[in-house]
Design a protein around this ligand. Structure first.
Ligand code: TYM
Length: 329
């Protein structure tokens, strides 16, 4: 039996290098390894205010970048979360099996709600991991490739599966997070102590950035005192982050990247990091542009929705039956 692999990206902003390294870059290998369910977490994007047109455009972009990275719609199932109604139904059921205490301990919720007035925090933001747990179990996923920041949510899904199966028997499949050894958390170029996200124009490398802009951002990335190019995240967070980026672009280990830069100065080092990133992103942008022009994502998403609906509705039936909801044929 092939492993089932599932992952998603939420269309809240422009895709950045962390998303590329955590998910997009690995798509081809994942697709050769198992049965892949790759989606756009558009319902999740509604958990914070977003303009409808921005949401639509971001969703198209993610689909196009998935395809540009080698996702083959004949091999993998590519879909929009909102075109599979089982996600919303699973959410309605699972919200009764995850608790306020554990949801309020989620780092992402704490970070995102920290600067908000309590009266403005939507229920969806709080219950974000409930919807995410449904995403994962509906496809009986064995493996969930994510960046380090999403690990806690996948762990909570595992708790839910344990809880649910203890009560109802072996209904849900136990998923496992899978995190890259190199590049599990890409940091901001302007402040290497915070993670790169979709919302910091200076510190993020966006996949749609002009290559000249990318080069400029890398050349002016915050570095550290000293002049040695060495991996030491504690004392040299800026240099270490750039080394991780270089190693990810070249598909080599950190040790190999370090060895390559022995005796080189920061300026030369940054120039080579910029070359490596621009080489990868430049090729990606060409493929992305072609997909946008031909609208190849439309057919792929339609086809994926049919398969995803079929699989998810079967699992949903199993879940409904287990909890005692009548499932009349
Ligand atoms: P999202 O859209 O924030 O990010 C998409 C993926 O990119 C990873 N990532 C990073 N990895 C390394 N360094 C970074 N700086 C960085 N920033 C983001 C994320 O860890 C993620 O893997 N909740 C998810 C979307 C989602 C999902 C799911 C994922 C919804 N349902 C089910 C997996 C399975 C999210 O917001 O990812």
């Amino acid at each position: 039996m092939k492993e089932k692999i599932l992952t998603g990206i939420k269309p809240t902003g422009s895709l950045q290098l962390g998303n590329y390294i955590a998910v997009l870059k690995n798509l081809k290998a994942l697709q050769d390894r198992g049965e892949c369910y790759i989606f756009i977490a558009d319902l999740h994007a509604l958990t914070l205010p977003i303009e409808p047109e921005v949401l639509r455009q971001n969703s198209i972009d993610i689909a196009a970048f998935y395809l540009a990275c080698g996702l083959d719609p004949d091999k993998s199932t590519l879909f929009l979360q909102s075109s599979v109604s089982a996600h919303a139904e699973a959410n309605a059921i699972f919200q009764n099996y995850l608790y306020m205490g554990e949801l309020s301990r989620m780092t992402q919720f704490k970070d995102k709600s920290a600067k908000m007035k309590e009266s403005a925090i939507g229920l969806g933001l709080f219950a974000y991991p409930v919807l995410m747990a449904g995403d994962i179990v509906l496809y009986d996923a064995d493996i969930v490739p994510v960046g380090d920041d999403q690990k806690q949510h996948v762990e909570l899904t595992r708790d839910l599966v344990n809880r649910f199966n203890n009560r109802y028997g072996e209904v849900l499949k136990m998923p496992k997070p899978e995190i890259n050894k190199v590049g599990k958390r890409i940091m901001s170029l302007s402040d290497p102590t915070v993670k790169m996200s979709k919302s910091d124009p200076k510190g993020d490398i966006f996949l749609k950035d002009d290559l000249k802009v990318i080069r400029k951002k890398i050349m002016s990335a915050v570095t550290d005192l000293g002049c040695e190019v060495k991996y030491d995240p504690e004392n040299k967070p800026g240099i270490s982050n750039l080394l991780v980026i270089y190693a990810s672009m070249k598909d080599i280990s950190i040790e190999e990247a370090e060895a390559h830069f022995v005796g080189k100065r920061y300026g030369e080092f940054k120039g080579e990091v910029a070359d490596a990133v621009c080489d990868v992103i430049g090729k990606l942008q060409e493929r992305y542009q072609h997909i946008i022009e031909t609208k190849a994502y439309e057919e792929a998403l339609k086809k994926g929705a049919i398969k995803a609906n079929k699989v998810a509705s079967e699992t949903l039936k199993r879940i409904k039956k287990a909890v005692g909801l009548l499932t009349l044929e």
